[in-house]
Design a protein around this ligand. Structure first.
Ligand SMILES: N[C@@H](Cc1ccc(OP(=O)(O)O)cc1)C(=O)O
Length: 194
């Protein structure tokens, strides 16, 4: 996986932050020879990166990417791994480039180890069964059980990194932190595969 493409909507906020942060992480981790790019499914070529995204990258030591780029057939072909910020980006990219399906993932689902997700799914199923049984026996279901299911389902069904577009610097910082946490896992995965 030596050519990674991050994809978002406008390629001015999330995917450029992912690109810049990833370059820094790769350098810090000594992962040489991995190229990173970004693009947007609804981007125009040449729009400058958002001011807050640039500020966040600067304060994180991330390199500032070039201007925005629209997702193009040549970039998709170039990439060995395409990581999208949301499942909608993933669906769109697969629809447009069906031949690339095997290399398109949401960033979150790609870095989430299968066993961690599997453990969560098993817990949801066990809790659901317990609750159904309790309901059948007219026994009370605790608030704790209900809220645990909601938490697990939220974790499992939200493979999206929300758009900070138009938000405050703080929103960009928290978005960058969310992306950064995923990228640290991505770097570990890339290291392991070497
Ligand atoms: N809403 C913007 C497009 C846009 C959307 C999202 C966005 O954020 P990101 O770069 O993270 O997809 C940036 C730009 C417009 O109408 O021009």
């Amino acid at each position: 996986m030596n050519r990674i493409l991050f994809v978002c909507t406008g390629n001015t906020c999330r995917s450029p932050m992912a690109e810049g942060l990833m370059r820094k992480i790769l350098a810090d981790e000594g992962l040489a020879g991995i190229e990173v790019r970004s693009a947007g499914v609804a981007a125009q070529d040449g729009t400058p990166i958002s001011e807050h995204a640039a500020t966040v990258l600067k304060s994180n030591g991330g390199t500032r990417p070039q201007r925005s780029a629209a997702l193009s057939p040549s970039t998709v072909e170039w990439a060995e791994l395409i990581l999208t910020m949301t499942s909608a980006h993933k669906r769109y990219t697969i629809q447009r480039f069906p031949d690339a399906v095997d290399k398109i993932h949401t960033l979150k689902e790609y870095v989430e180890s299968d066993s961690a997700a599997a453990t969560k799914i098993a817990e949801v199923e066990r809790l659901m069964t317990d609750i159904q049984l309790k309901q059948a026996l007219a026994k009370p279901v605790t608030d704790e059980e209900r809220s645990r299911i909601v938490t697990l389902q939220r974790e499992l069904s939200t493979p999206d990194i929300a758009d900070p577009f138009g938000g405050s610097l703080q929103q960009y910082e928290s978005c960058a932190a969310e992306i950064h946490a995923c990228l640290i896992k991505l770097a570990a995965k890339l290291k392991e595969a070497r």
